[in-house]
Design a protein around this ligand. Structure first.
Ligand SMILES: Cc1cc2nc3c(=O)[nH]c(=O)nc-3n(C[C@H](O)[C@H](O)[C@H](O)COP(=O)(O)OP(=O)(O)OC[C@H]3O[C@@H](n4cnc5c(N)ncnc54)[C@H](O)[C@@H]3O)c2cc1C
Length: 434
Protein backbone atom coordinates (compact mmCIF):
# COMPACT_ATOMS: atom_id res chain seq x y z
CA UNK A 1 0.00 0.00 0.00
CA UNK A 2 2.78 2.37 0.98
CA UNK A 3 4.65 1.64 -2.19
CA UNK A 4 1.47 2.45 -4.19
CA UNK A 5 1.09 5.78 -2.39
CA UNK A 6 4.77 6.52 -3.04
CA UNK A 7 4.33 5.69 -6.78
CA UNK A 8 1.28 7.97 -7.01
CA UNK A 9 3.14 10.78 -5.26
CA UNK A 10 6.05 10.41 -7.69
CA UNK A 11 3.71 10.32 -10.65
CA UNK A 12 1.77 13.28 -9.29
CA UNK A 13 4.93 15.21 -8.60
CA UNK A 14 6.18 14.35 -12.16
CA UNK A 15 2.87 15.51 -13.71
CA UNK A 16 3.00 18.78 -11.82
CA UNK A 17 6.53 19.23 -13.12
CA UNK A 18 5.39 18.44 -16.66
CA UNK A 19 2.35 20.77 -16.37
CA UNK A 20 4.39 23.67 -15.01
CA UNK A 21 7.05 23.09 -17.64
CA UNK A 22 4.38 22.90 -20.31
CA UNK A 23 2.75 26.10 -19.06
CA UNK A 24 6.07 27.93 -19.07
CA UNK A 25 6.86 26.72 -22.58
CA UNK A 26 3.34 27.61 -23.77
CA UNK A 27 3.57 31.06 -22.19
CA UNK A 28 6.95 31.60 -23.81
CA UNK A 29 5.63 30.39 -27.16
CA UNK A 30 2.61 32.67 -26.83
CA UNK A 31 4.89 35.56 -25.97
CA UNK A 32 7.14 34.81 -28.93
CA UNK A 33 4.13 34.48 -31.23
CA UNK A 34 2.72 37.72 -29.91
CA UNK A 35 6.02 39.47 -30.47
CA UNK A 36 6.26 37.87 -33.91
CA UNK A 37 2.73 38.86 -34.96
CA UNK A 38 3.13 42.37 -33.52
CA UNK A 39 6.36 42.79 -35.45
CA UNK A 40 4.80 41.39 -38.62
CA UNK A 41 1.80 43.72 -38.15
CA UNK A 42 4.11 46.64 -37.55
CA UNK A 43 6.10 45.80 -40.69
CA UNK A 44 2.86 45.60 -42.71
CA UNK A 45 1.51 48.77 -41.11
CA UNK A 46 4.72 50.66 -41.83
CA UNK A 47 4.75 49.36 -45.38
CA UNK A 48 1.12 50.41 -45.80
CA UNK A 49 1.94 53.85 -44.41
CA UNK A 50 4.88 54.10 -46.78
CA UNK A 51 2.65 53.08 -49.69
CA UNK A 52 0.03 55.61 -48.66
CA UNK A 53 2.64 58.33 -48.35
CA UNK A 54 4.06 57.34 -51.72
CA UNK A 55 0.56 57.39 -53.27
CA UNK A 56 -0.19 60.74 -51.62
CA UNK A 57 3.10 62.09 -52.93
CA UNK A 58 2.36 60.72 -56.41
CA UNK A 59 -1.11 62.33 -56.31
CA UNK A 60 0.40 65.62 -55.19
CA UNK A 61 3.02 65.46 -57.93
CA UNK A 62 0.32 64.55 -60.49
CA UNK A 63 -1.96 67.36 -59.26
CA UNK A 64 0.93 69.83 -59.40
CA UNK A 65 1.82 68.63 -62.90
CA UNK A 66 -1.83 68.94 -64.00
CA UNK A 67 -2.03 72.40 -62.46
CA UNK A 68 1.15 73.44 -64.23
CA UNK A 69 -0.17 71.94 -67.47
CA UNK A 70 -3.51 73.74 -67.01
CA UNK A 71 -1.69 77.03 -66.36
CA UNK A 72 0.39 76.37 -69.49
CA UNK A 73 -2.80 75.61 -71.45
CA UNK A 74 -4.49 78.78 -70.20
CA UNK A 75 -1.49 80.77 -71.45
CA UNK A 76 -1.87 79.12 -74.86
CA UNK A 77 -5.58 79.98 -75.17
CA UNK A 78 -6.51 82.93 -77.35
CA UNK A 79 -9.40 85.36 -77.47
CA UNK A 80 -11.26 86.20 -80.62
CA UNK A 81 -10.00 84.81 -83.91
CA UNK A 82 -6.53 83.44 -84.64
CA UNK A 83 -5.11 82.85 -88.12
CA UNK A 84 -4.66 79.25 -89.22
CA UNK A 85 -3.13 77.98 -92.44
CA UNK A 86 -4.73 75.04 -94.20
CA UNK A 87 -1.74 72.70 -94.12
CA UNK A 88 -3.55 69.79 -95.79
CA UNK A 89 -6.92 69.20 -97.41
CA UNK A 90 -7.86 65.53 -97.75
CA UNK A 91 -10.87 64.04 -99.52
CA UNK A 92 -12.34 61.54 -97.03
CA UNK A 93 -15.23 60.29 -99.14
CA UNK A 94 -17.97 61.70 -101.33
CA UNK A 95 -18.50 65.41 -100.42
CA UNK A 96 -16.50 65.12 -97.19
CA UNK A 97 -13.08 66.74 -96.68
CA UNK A 98 -10.69 66.94 -93.75
CA UNK A 99 -8.74 70.15 -93.19
CA UNK A 100 -5.51 70.13 -91.20
CA UNK A 101 -5.10 73.57 -89.66
CA UNK A 102 -1.67 74.80 -88.56
CA UNK A 103 -1.36 78.00 -86.50
CA UNK A 104 -0.09 80.75 -88.81
CA UNK A 105 1.97 82.30 -85.98
CA UNK A 106 3.79 78.96 -85.49
CA UNK A 107 3.16 79.10 -81.73
CA UNK A 108 1.99 76.01 -79.78
CA UNK A 109 -1.66 74.97 -79.76
CA UNK A 110 -3.64 74.55 -76.55
CA UNK A 111 -4.98 71.09 -75.86
CA UNK A 112 -8.74 70.62 -76.03
CA UNK A 113 -11.22 68.12 -74.66
CA UNK A 114 -12.14 65.39 -77.13
CA UNK A 115 -15.57 66.30 -78.53
CA UNK A 116 -15.02 70.06 -78.62
CA UNK A 117 -15.36 72.22 -81.73
CA UNK A 118 -13.82 75.32 -83.25
CA UNK A 119 -15.69 78.29 -84.73
CA UNK A 120 -14.75 79.78 -88.11
CA UNK A 121 -15.42 83.26 -89.40
CA UNK A 122 -15.50 83.04 -93.18
CA UNK A 123 -15.45 85.83 -95.72
CA UNK A 124 -17.41 84.16 -98.48
CA UNK A 125 -17.57 86.08 -101.75
CA UNK A 126 -21.09 87.33 -102.43
CA UNK A 127 -22.04 87.46 -98.74
CA UNK A 128 -22.49 90.90 -97.23
CA UNK A 129 -21.29 89.77 -93.79
CA UNK A 130 -18.93 87.10 -92.46
CA UNK A 131 -20.41 83.61 -92.13
CA UNK A 132 -19.80 82.01 -88.74
CA UNK A 133 -19.93 78.21 -88.40
CA UNK A 134 -18.79 75.62 -85.88
CA UNK A 135 -16.97 72.39 -86.79
CA UNK A 136 -16.00 69.66 -84.34
CA UNK A 137 -12.36 68.68 -84.05
CA UNK A 138 -12.12 65.24 -85.61
CA UNK A 139 -8.80 64.13 -84.14
CA UNK A 140 -7.42 64.19 -80.62
CA UNK A 141 -4.87 66.80 -79.59
CA UNK A 142 -1.78 66.89 -81.84
CA UNK A 143 1.18 69.17 -81.43
CA UNK A 144 1.11 70.86 -84.81
CA UNK A 145 -2.45 71.02 -86.06
CA UNK A 146 -6.17 70.88 -85.41
CA UNK A 147 -8.27 68.83 -87.80
CA UNK A 148 -11.88 69.38 -88.85
CA UNK A 149 -13.89 67.15 -91.19
CA UNK A 150 -16.63 68.85 -93.15
CA UNK A 151 -19.47 67.43 -95.21
CA UNK A 152 -21.27 69.51 -97.81
CA UNK A 153 -24.79 70.29 -96.50
CA UNK A 154 -26.71 69.41 -99.66
CA UNK A 155 -29.85 71.25 -100.68
CA UNK A 156 -33.06 69.40 -99.80
CA UNK A 157 -34.16 67.43 -102.84
CA UNK A 158 -37.83 68.32 -102.35
CA UNK A 159 -37.34 72.12 -102.42
CA UNK A 160 -36.38 73.32 -105.90
CA UNK A 161 -33.98 76.21 -106.38
CA UNK A 162 -32.40 76.04 -102.95
CA UNK A 163 -28.58 76.30 -102.86
CA UNK A 164 -26.32 73.86 -101.03
CA UNK A 165 -25.07 74.99 -97.62
CA UNK A 166 -22.89 78.08 -98.03
CA UNK A 167 -20.05 77.44 -95.53
CA UNK A 168 -19.69 73.71 -96.14
CA UNK A 169 -19.72 74.23 -99.93
CA UNK A 170 -17.14 77.00 -99.55
CA UNK A 171 -14.91 74.59 -97.62
CA UNK A 172 -15.40 71.75 -100.12
CA UNK A 173 -15.09 73.83 -103.32
CA UNK A 174 -13.00 76.89 -102.52
CA UNK A 175 -10.75 76.43 -99.51
CA UNK A 176 -7.30 75.27 -100.67
CA UNK A 177 -4.07 74.19 -99.00
CA UNK A 178 -2.15 77.34 -98.00
CA UNK A 179 -5.31 79.42 -97.41
CA UNK A 180 -5.55 81.34 -94.15
CA UNK A 181 -8.69 81.04 -92.03
CA UNK A 182 -9.94 82.83 -88.90
CA UNK A 183 -10.59 80.38 -86.08
CA UNK A 184 -11.83 80.77 -82.49
CA UNK A 185 -10.30 78.64 -79.71
CA UNK A 186 -11.88 75.20 -79.08
CA UNK A 187 -15.02 75.20 -76.97
CA UNK A 188 -18.15 73.23 -76.14
CA UNK A 189 -19.36 70.97 -73.37
CA UNK A 190 -20.00 67.81 -75.36
CA UNK A 191 -16.77 66.12 -74.42
CA UNK A 192 -15.14 63.34 -72.49
CA UNK A 193 -13.07 64.35 -69.50
CA UNK A 194 -10.22 61.85 -69.59
CA UNK A 195 -8.96 62.80 -66.15
CA UNK A 196 -12.29 62.40 -64.35
CA UNK A 197 -13.34 58.75 -64.49
CA UNK A 198 -13.05 55.75 -66.72
CA UNK A 199 -16.59 54.55 -67.34
CA UNK A 200 -16.84 52.35 -70.44
CA UNK A 201 -18.38 54.31 -73.31
CA UNK A 202 -20.57 53.77 -76.35
CA UNK A 203 -19.85 56.31 -79.10
CA UNK A 204 -22.78 56.50 -81.50
CA UNK A 205 -22.85 58.51 -84.70
CA UNK A 206 -24.50 58.85 -88.06
CA UNK A 207 -22.96 60.57 -91.11
CA UNK A 208 -20.69 63.50 -90.35
CA UNK A 209 -21.75 63.25 -86.68
CA UNK A 210 -18.77 60.89 -86.49
CA UNK A 211 -16.35 63.82 -86.07
CA UNK A 212 -16.47 64.30 -82.27
CA UNK A 213 -16.54 60.50 -81.83
CA UNK A 214 -13.30 60.15 -83.78
CA UNK A 215 -11.70 62.65 -81.45
CA UNK A 216 -13.03 60.86 -78.36
CA UNK A 217 -11.97 57.39 -79.57
CA UNK A 218 -8.43 58.52 -80.50
CA UNK A 219 -8.02 60.36 -77.20
CA UNK A 220 -9.16 57.44 -75.03
CA UNK A 221 -7.20 54.76 -76.87
CA UNK A 222 -3.99 56.72 -77.37
CA UNK A 223 -3.92 57.75 -73.70
CA UNK A 224 -3.60 54.07 -72.77
CA UNK A 225 -6.97 54.15 -71.00
CA UNK A 226 -8.21 50.55 -70.90
CA UNK A 227 -11.92 51.27 -70.65
CA UNK A 228 -14.09 49.58 -73.28
CA UNK A 229 -14.98 51.80 -76.23
CA UNK A 230 -17.88 50.64 -78.38
CA UNK A 231 -18.07 52.58 -81.64
CA UNK A 232 -21.33 52.44 -83.60
CA UNK A 233 -21.31 54.35 -86.90
CA UNK A 234 -24.12 54.49 -89.43
CA UNK A 235 -23.68 55.35 -93.11
CA UNK A 236 -25.53 54.46 -96.30
CA UNK A 237 -22.61 52.43 -97.63
CA UNK A 238 -18.88 52.51 -98.30
CA UNK A 239 -19.17 55.68 -100.38
CA UNK A 240 -20.18 57.56 -97.20
CA UNK A 241 -17.89 55.71 -94.79
CA UNK A 242 -15.78 58.45 -93.21
CA UNK A 243 -12.27 57.44 -91.95
CA UNK A 244 -12.85 53.76 -92.77
CA UNK A 245 -9.17 52.70 -92.77
CA UNK A 246 -8.36 54.60 -89.58
CA UNK A 247 -11.24 52.98 -87.71
CA UNK A 248 -10.21 49.53 -88.93
CA UNK A 249 -6.64 50.20 -87.84
CA UNK A 250 -7.80 51.22 -84.36
CA UNK A 251 -9.93 48.06 -84.12
CA UNK A 252 -6.93 45.91 -85.07
CA UNK A 253 -4.60 47.72 -82.68
CA UNK A 254 -6.69 48.06 -79.51
CA UNK A 255 -8.45 45.13 -77.81
CA UNK A 256 -10.77 47.50 -75.95
CA UNK A 257 -12.04 49.14 -79.17
CA UNK A 258 -15.16 47.43 -80.49
CA UNK A 259 -16.07 48.69 -83.96
CA UNK A 260 -19.65 48.23 -85.19
CA UNK A 261 -20.36 49.62 -88.67
CA UNK A 262 -23.93 49.78 -89.92
CA UNK A 263 -24.77 50.29 -93.62
CA UNK A 264 -28.41 51.09 -94.29
CA UNK A 265 -28.06 50.44 -98.05
CA UNK A 266 -24.93 48.38 -98.74
CA UNK A 267 -23.80 48.64 -102.37
CA UNK A 268 -23.18 45.49 -104.41
CA UNK A 269 -19.39 45.87 -103.98
CA UNK A 270 -19.64 46.23 -100.17
CA UNK A 271 -18.77 43.09 -98.25
CA UNK A 272 -20.42 42.12 -94.99
CA UNK A 273 -17.76 41.41 -92.33
CA UNK A 274 -15.09 43.30 -94.24
CA UNK A 275 -16.64 46.74 -94.88
CA UNK A 276 -19.51 46.64 -92.41
CA UNK A 277 -20.96 44.52 -89.60
CA UNK A 278 -24.71 45.16 -89.78
CA UNK A 279 -27.01 45.75 -92.71
CA UNK A 280 -29.38 48.00 -90.76
CA UNK A 281 -29.55 51.42 -89.18
CA UNK A 282 -27.89 52.13 -85.83
CA UNK A 283 -30.60 51.53 -83.22
CA UNK A 284 -31.09 50.69 -79.57
CA UNK A 285 -32.44 47.27 -80.65
CA UNK A 286 -29.00 46.63 -82.13
CA UNK A 287 -27.30 47.75 -78.89
CA UNK A 288 -29.46 45.26 -76.98
CA UNK A 289 -28.15 42.48 -79.24
CA UNK A 290 -24.50 43.50 -79.25
CA UNK A 291 -23.66 45.19 -75.95
CA UNK A 292 -23.12 43.08 -72.82
CA UNK A 293 -25.40 45.42 -70.79
CA UNK A 294 -26.74 48.97 -70.76
CA UNK A 295 -24.22 49.98 -68.10
CA UNK A 296 -22.24 52.48 -70.20
CA UNK A 297 -21.96 56.18 -70.86
CA UNK A 298 -23.59 56.90 -74.24
CA UNK A 299 -22.35 59.72 -76.50
CA UNK A 300 -24.49 60.50 -79.56
CA UNK A 301 -24.10 62.80 -82.55
CA UNK A 302 -25.90 62.73 -85.86
CA UNK A 303 -28.98 64.00 -87.68
CA UNK A 304 -31.89 65.17 -85.53
CA UNK A 305 -34.19 62.21 -86.21
CA UNK A 306 -31.34 59.77 -85.55
CA UNK A 307 -30.54 61.33 -82.20
CA UNK A 308 -34.17 61.43 -81.17
CA UNK A 309 -34.69 57.74 -81.93
CA UNK A 310 -31.53 56.77 -80.01
CA UNK A 311 -32.22 58.95 -76.96
CA UNK A 312 -35.86 57.76 -76.80
CA UNK A 313 -34.72 54.13 -77.12
CA UNK A 314 -32.06 54.49 -74.42
CA UNK A 315 -34.62 55.93 -72.04
CA UNK A 316 -36.97 52.99 -72.69
CA UNK A 317 -34.02 50.64 -72.11
CA UNK A 318 -33.60 52.14 -68.64
CA UNK A 319 -30.40 54.11 -69.25
CA UNK A 320 -30.39 57.03 -66.79
CA UNK A 321 -30.35 60.53 -68.27
CA UNK A 322 -27.03 61.32 -66.63
CA UNK A 323 -25.36 58.59 -68.70
CA UNK A 324 -26.55 60.00 -72.04
CA UNK A 325 -24.74 62.89 -73.78
CA UNK A 326 -25.51 64.28 -77.22
CA UNK A 327 -24.77 67.13 -79.58
CA UNK A 328 -26.81 68.47 -82.46
CA UNK A 329 -24.99 69.95 -85.45
CA UNK A 330 -27.64 72.63 -85.76
CA UNK A 331 -31.12 73.35 -84.53
CA UNK A 332 -32.03 69.67 -84.37
CA UNK A 333 -34.84 68.59 -82.08
CA UNK A 334 -33.76 66.09 -79.50
CA UNK A 335 -36.45 65.14 -77.06
CA UNK A 336 -34.43 65.86 -73.93
CA UNK A 337 -33.32 69.24 -75.15
CA UNK A 338 -36.78 70.13 -76.38
CA UNK A 339 -38.40 68.89 -73.21
CA UNK A 340 -36.04 70.83 -70.96
CA UNK A 341 -38.24 73.01 -68.79
CA UNK A 342 -37.88 76.75 -69.00
CA UNK A 343 -35.63 78.08 -66.29
CA UNK A 344 -38.27 80.51 -64.95
CA UNK A 345 -41.54 79.64 -63.30
CA UNK A 346 -43.63 82.03 -65.31
CA UNK A 347 -42.90 80.85 -68.84
CA UNK A 348 -44.37 83.28 -71.31
CA UNK A 349 -47.49 82.18 -73.11
CA UNK A 350 -48.60 85.52 -74.54
CA UNK A 351 -47.22 88.42 -76.56
CA UNK A 352 -44.52 90.68 -75.08
CA UNK A 353 -42.67 93.75 -76.32
CA UNK A 354 -39.00 93.51 -77.26
CA UNK A 355 -37.03 96.70 -77.69
CA UNK A 356 -33.77 96.49 -79.64
CA UNK A 357 -32.15 99.62 -78.22
CA UNK A 358 -29.20 100.04 -80.63
CA UNK A 359 -31.39 99.61 -83.70
CA UNK A 360 -34.14 101.77 -82.18
CA UNK A 361 -36.78 99.17 -83.07
CA UNK A 362 -39.54 97.56 -81.01
CA UNK A 363 -41.23 94.31 -82.01
CA UNK A 364 -43.93 92.09 -80.60
CA UNK A 365 -42.87 88.55 -79.76
CA UNK A 366 -45.38 85.68 -79.78
CA UNK A 367 -44.63 82.03 -78.94
CA UNK A 368 -45.08 81.07 -82.61
CA UNK A 369 -42.14 83.34 -83.54
CA UNK A 370 -39.49 81.10 -81.96
CA UNK A 371 -36.25 82.52 -80.59
CA UNK A 372 -35.24 86.12 -80.04
CA UNK A 373 -32.77 85.70 -82.92
CA UNK A 374 -35.62 84.62 -85.22
CA UNK A 375 -37.56 87.71 -84.16
CA UNK A 376 -34.53 89.94 -84.80
CA UNK A 377 -34.00 88.34 -88.25
CA UNK A 378 -37.63 88.93 -89.11
CA UNK A 379 -37.33 92.63 -88.30
CA UNK A 380 -34.01 93.14 -90.07
CA UNK A 381 -32.08 93.61 -86.83
CA UNK A 382 -28.48 92.48 -87.19
CA UNK A 383 -27.32 90.00 -84.55
CA UNK A 384 -24.25 87.95 -85.49
CA UNK A 385 -24.95 84.23 -85.19
CA UNK A 386 -23.24 80.93 -85.90
CA UNK A 387 -24.64 77.56 -84.94
CA UNK A 388 -28.19 78.71 -84.05
CA UNK A 389 -28.15 75.96 -81.44
CA UNK A 390 -26.76 77.71 -78.36
CA UNK A 391 -23.29 76.30 -78.89
CA UNK A 392 -20.97 78.83 -80.46
CA UNK A 393 -21.86 81.87 -78.32
CA UNK A 394 -21.78 84.23 -81.32
CA UNK A 395 -25.33 85.57 -80.79
CA UNK A 396 -24.74 86.62 -77.17
CA UNK A 397 -26.53 89.93 -76.47
CA UNK A 398 -26.70 92.00 -73.27
CA UNK A 399 -30.09 92.29 -71.59
CA UNK A 400 -30.73 95.90 -70.48
CA UNK A 401 -33.97 95.03 -68.71
CA UNK A 402 -36.34 92.09 -68.41
CA UNK A 403 -35.79 88.32 -68.23
CA UNK A 404 -35.52 85.39 -70.63
CA UNK A 405 -36.06 81.62 -70.63
CA UNK A 406 -33.94 79.11 -72.51
CA UNK A 407 -35.71 76.98 -75.12
CA UNK A 408 -33.04 74.27 -75.05
CA UNK A 409 -29.92 73.26 -73.23
CA UNK A 410 -26.97 75.25 -74.52
CA UNK A 411 -23.26 74.53 -74.78
CA UNK A 412 -21.96 78.09 -74.78
CA UNK A 413 -21.70 80.00 -71.51
CA UNK A 414 -24.13 82.88 -71.21
CA UNK A 415 -22.68 85.60 -68.98
CA UNK A 416 -25.14 86.85 -66.40
CA UNK A 417 -27.05 89.83 -67.77
CA UNK A 418 -26.72 88.48 -71.32
CA UNK A 419 -28.51 85.85 -73.35
CA UNK A 420 -27.86 83.53 -76.27
CA UNK A 421 -30.56 84.89 -78.54
CA UNK A 422 -30.69 81.81 -80.80
CA UNK A 423 -32.03 79.62 -77.97
CA UNK A 424 -33.89 82.18 -75.83
CA UNK A 425 -37.42 83.47 -75.60
CA UNK A 426 -38.60 86.38 -73.48
CA UNK A 427 -40.19 85.79 -70.10
CA UNK A 428 -41.13 89.47 -69.68
CA UNK A 429 -40.94 92.63 -71.78
CA UNK A 430 -37.30 93.06 -72.76
CA UNK A 431 -34.81 95.71 -73.74
CA UNK A 432 -31.87 94.14 -75.61
CA UNK A 433 -28.59 95.82 -76.52
CA UNK A 434 -28.90 95.04 -80.21
C1 LIG B 1 -21.18 72.27 -82.39
C2 LIG B 1 -21.27 71.98 -83.88
C3 LIG B 1 -20.34 71.15 -84.46
C4 LIG B 1 -20.43 70.86 -85.82
N1 LIG B 1 -19.51 70.02 -86.38
C5 LIG B 1 -19.58 69.73 -87.69
C6 LIG B 1 -18.62 68.86 -88.30
O1 LIG B 1 -17.71 68.35 -87.65
N2 LIG B 1 -18.72 68.62 -89.62
C7 LIG B 1 -19.74 69.16 -90.39
O2 LIG B 1 -19.77 68.92 -91.60
N3 LIG B 1 -20.65 69.98 -89.82
C8 LIG B 1 -20.60 70.29 -88.52
N4 LIG B 1 -21.51 71.16 -87.96
C9 LIG B 1 -22.52 71.79 -88.82
C10 LIG B 1 -21.94 73.08 -89.43
O3 LIG B 1 -21.69 74.02 -88.41
C11 LIG B 1 -22.92 73.77 -90.40
O4 LIG B 1 -24.15 73.94 -89.75
C12 LIG B 1 -23.11 72.96 -91.67
O5 LIG B 1 -21.88 72.82 -92.35
C13 LIG B 1 -24.10 73.69 -92.60
O6 LIG B 1 -23.67 75.00 -92.78
P1 LIG B 1 -23.71 75.66 -94.24
O7 LIG B 1 -23.33 77.08 -94.11
O8 LIG B 1 -22.97 74.83 -95.21
O9 LIG B 1 -25.24 75.53 -94.60
P2 LIG B 1 -26.33 76.68 -94.57
O10 LIG B 1 -26.07 77.68 -95.64
O11 LIG B 1 -26.48 77.15 -93.19
O12 LIG B 1 -27.61 75.83 -95.00
C14 LIG B 1 -28.04 74.74 -94.22
C15 LIG B 1 -28.97 73.85 -95.06
O13 LIG B 1 -30.11 74.60 -95.43
C16 LIG B 1 -30.32 74.49 -96.83
N5 LIG B 1 -30.94 75.77 -97.28
C17 LIG B 1 -30.32 76.91 -97.63
N6 LIG B 1 -31.24 77.83 -97.98
C18 LIG B 1 -32.46 77.26 -97.85
C19 LIG B 1 -33.79 77.68 -98.06
N7 LIG B 1 -34.06 78.89 -98.49
N8 LIG B 1 -34.78 76.79 -97.81
C20 LIG B 1 -34.54 75.54 -97.39
N9 LIG B 1 -33.29 75.07 -97.17
C21 LIG B 1 -32.27 75.92 -97.38
C22 LIG B 1 -28.97 74.24 -97.43
O14 LIG B 1 -29.06 73.58 -98.70
C23 LIG B 1 -28.36 73.36 -96.37
O15 LIG B 1 -28.75 72.03 -96.55
C24 LIG B 1 -21.45 71.44 -86.61
C25 LIG B 1 -22.37 72.29 -86.00
C26 LIG B 1 -22.29 72.55 -84.65
C27 LIG B 1 -23.31 73.47 -84.02
Amino acid sequence: MQSLIAKLQTAFAGNVGVSVGFLIVAALAAQILLIFFTSVRRVFYEREQQNLSRQRLQLLVKAAALKAKDAEQVKLQWNGYRKFRVARKVLECHDVYSFYLAPHDGKPLPAFKPGQYVTFQLDIPGRDKPVIRCYSLSDCHRKDYYRVTIKRACAPSDVPGVPHGCASSYFCDNVREGDILDVKAPGGNFCIDLAAKAAPVVLISGGVGITPMLSMAHAILESGDKRDVWFFFGARNRADHIQKETLERLAAEYDNFHLQICYSKPASEDTHGRDYHHSERVSVDLFKKVLPSNNFEFYICGPGAFMKSITDGLEEWGVPDNAVFFEAFGPATVKKAAAAPPTGETATATAVQITFSRSGKTATWKPSLGSLLDLADEHGIKIESGCRAGNCGTCLVAIKSGAVDYLTEHGADAESGSCLTCVCKPRTNLVLDA
